[in-house]
Design a protein around this ligand. Structure first.
Ligand SMILES: [Zn+2]
Length: 327
């Protein structure tokens, strides 16, 4: 039977998958990103691992295409990665061409948040809508946008980079080169760092052993700790501001929150909704649903699978072949 290969690239791990035509994952494998080496060698290893995964776990699948979800920024037209925060040896990697050569299949690339949005839209908490925004909150913050039943990707595939909108010009330096980006305030990493900075003001946070993570900070906030409460409130308000912004720009029916920090559920989404009502236009945020993602830890690889299944997503130019576009 026909199926697809999926590749979800992350700073610490790469998830590989083989899926069927209905979008079910039949087999998955995980590789350590750091162990893959620099760009071209890394693609060779990933391609070999995909072939091996199919041979051992899903030999009945005849793959039709490869879908890749990668952190941005990307150059979608050239099929290249940009300067990735945690993958220095992969700068400018022509990943689409390399995978196409290695596997002899059409290869489709998308920003990882866009890929996750596509999966949540097809199979998860965004199903049934024509207008939705997916926001992921984990070590960073990103978003994918579906408007009028289509993905909004922008010229290079980088639309939805809400995590790198500056919300505090005097804030922390961000790995993107700017200062005070939204993700320096509202990501899991930012929540942990800010709580760590103010740890000594709080007997509860001081009593915890080891470094703080976002889950610990939420736990302390739920227990009534004022320092943890303030850190969580600021993060949630900033995310609520982003929801208000998306509401006014795209008028979505639903905003879906995924990523590790969204697992906090109502402890995050309650204050996010309240802030969204404060920052968005009442007519637009009044009927907006803010909900948790449904797909869980497989969202990344299901997103890459959805990208493979979606096939070519951009219209061909009027004249000449599009560079980097799969043939
Ligand atoms: Zn930034």
């Amino acid at each position: 039977m026909h199926g697809y290969f999926a590749v979800d690239i992350g700073g610490t791990k790469v998830e590989l998958g083989v899926g069927d035509e209905a979008g079910r994952l039949l087999a998955t494998a995980r590789l350590e990103t750091a162990a893959l080496g620099d760009g071209e060698a890394a693609v060779e290893r990933m391609a070999r691992a995909l072939r091996e995964l199919r041979r051992t776990a899903a030999p009945e699948v005849e793959p039709l295409a490869v879908g890749i979800g990668s952190p941005g920024p990307l150059d979608l037209e050239r099929g290249e990665l940009g300067r990735l925060a945690n993958l220095r040896g992969w700068d400018g990697l022509p990943i689409v061409r390399l995978f196409r050569t290695a596997l002899g299949l059409p290869v489709y690339l998308a920003n990882d948040a866009t890929a996750a949005a596509l999966a949540e839209w097809r199979w998860g908490a965004g199903a049934g809508t024509t207008d939705m925004v997916y926001v992921t909150v984990s070590t960073g913050v990103g978003a994918g946008i579906v408007s009028g039943g289509r993905l909004v990707e922008g010229r290079d595939g980088n639309a939805g980079e809400i995590g790198h909108v500056v919300v505090d010009p005097d804030g922390h330096p961000c790995h993107c080169g700017n200062r005070g980006c939204l993700e320096t305030v509202a990501s899991g990493t930012a929540i942990a760092r800010e709580a760590e900075r103010r740890r000594r003001e709080s007997p509860l946070l001081t009593a915890y052993a080891g470094p703080l993570d976002a889950a610990r900070v939420f736990e302390a906030a739920q227990a009534g700790d004022p320092v943890a409460g303030a850190v969580v409130r600021r993060a949630a308000e900033t995310l609520g501001w982003a929801v208000g912004l998306f509401a006014n720009l795209y008028n979505p029916e639903r905003v879906v929150f995924g990523g590790g920090v969204a697992q906090q559920g109502e402890a995050l989404l309650g204050p996010v909704r309240r802030a969204a009502r404060r920052f968005g236009m009442p007519a637009l945020v009044g009927r907006l649903q803010v909900v948790r993602a449904a797909l869980g830890p497989e969202t990344g690889v299901r997103g890459a699978l959805a990208v493979a299944m979606a096939g070519p997503r951009r219209a061909a130019p009027d004249t000449g072949p599009a560079p980097g576009r799969p043939s």
